[in-house]
Ligand binder design. Structure first.
Ligand code: GAR
Length: 330
């Protein structure tokens, strides 16, 4: 086991807070909520730019007053692709790694969405998949819903769709109008967005998220099943041997890693020599297991998939590997 923090630990720590650009069109109250949450201790992100398609957007003055760089470019008279490209250039120049859309009332081009795939979030004032688009509160009231609410999701090519990161329901009160309901939903939005954004940018060090990534790839192996051993999630072949364990702060070692089966002590030594920050000999496991750290902020998930496939092959009976090889060749 490496003594103390390794170079990769230093790298992860030095990475510090994720840099976020917030895009607004209107009042910017969600931007303000994100900004003040970022000023509290331990917030995982900082806001490096507030940008708008509307130079009059109220949030721009607030951002300026708070010392946050701003960028405004009216979209009138510009082709959508050119406007998006100019926004993209400003966002990149600010060093942003993520974008938070906060009442940015522009449809984005597929190119822009593609460039920020998995790194752009949006808040929407409804409990998606209900009521994408506009007039969400009117629609909730007209439908007689008991609850309205808000959702934060990852932005994909389809408007107000994409994986949900969190939702907050808001009760419809007697006598609510669309305006009174919208005002209350905004309170919920302000709580929800900062929480979801903070968790999303820090997901690479969240053991639950890391285990889910391993699970998805381990269960893709033939006849794989999940179980728990000594408190660790582990994956094996049905009725057969285990091929992967996820070690999350095992015996207080403060790291999250996947343990995979390898050919033996020589291979183990080779990997550890090659990258002692990432690979290690797992305590209480034999020399034919290797620890591969997942919490170093730079995990290549395709490589983790390859490790799991390789490990599966190390323990799979011939019956399964033969079948698998035949299927691969077809
Ligand atoms: C918010 O309610 C946000 O959910 C909504 O615009 C409002 C912006 O308020 N966004 C959308 O409808 C996007 N489809 P704010 O400028 O005060 O944050």
């Amino acid at each position: 086991m490496p003594e103390g923090p390794t170079p990769a630990d230093h790298k992860a720590a030095a990475r510090g807070k994720a840099k976020v650009a917030v895009l607004i069109s209107g009042g910017g109250s969600n931007m303000a909520a994100l900004l003040y949450a970022s000023r509290l201790p331990d917030c995982a992100y900082e806001i490096v730019l507030v940008a708008s398609n509307n130079p009059e957007a109220g949030g721009l003055a607030l951002a300026k007053a708070e010392g946050v760089p701003t960028f405004a470019l009216p979209h009138q008279g510009m082709a959508r692709a050119d406007h998006d490209a100019a926004m993209d250039a400003a966002i990149r120049a600010a060093g942003a790694e993520y974008i938070a859309l906060a009442g940015y009332m522009r449809i984005l081009t597929a190119e822009f969405v593609d460039k920020w795939q998995g790194r752009m979030l949006n808040i929407h004032p409804s409990l998606l998949p209900k009521y994408p688009g506009l007039h969400t509160h009117e629609r909730a009231l007209a439908a007689g819903d008991s609850h309205a609410g808000c959702s934060v999701h990852v932005v994909t090519a389809t408007l107000d769709e994409g994986p949900l990161l969190g939702q907050c329901a808001v009760a419809v009160a007697a006598g609510d109008s669309a305006e009174t309901l919208a005002a209350r939903v905004l309170f919920a939005e302000h709580q929800l967005y900062a929480r979801c954004l903070g968790a999303y940018v820090a997901r690479w060090r969240d053991p639950a998220w890391l285990i889910a990534q391993v699970r998805q790839r381990a269960l893709a192996q033939p006849e794989a099943e999940e179980s728990v051993s000594h408190g660790m999630a582990c994956f094996g072949i049905r009725g057969g041997k285990k091929f992967a364990y996820v070690s999350a702060n095992h015996h207080g070692d403060d790291r999250t890693a996947v343990l995979v089966k390898i050919s033996g002590v020589d291979e183990q030594a080779t990997w550890i020599e090659q990258d002692a920050a990432r690979y290690y000999r797992p305590a209480y496991f034999g020399a034919d297991w290797l620890g591969v750290r997942l919490d170093l902020a730079d995990t290549d998930w395709a490589t983790v998939g390859d490790w799991l496939a390789h490990s599966w092959r190390e323990v799979a009976p011939k019956r399964l590997t033969t079948l698998h090889d035949a299927a691969e060749q077809r």
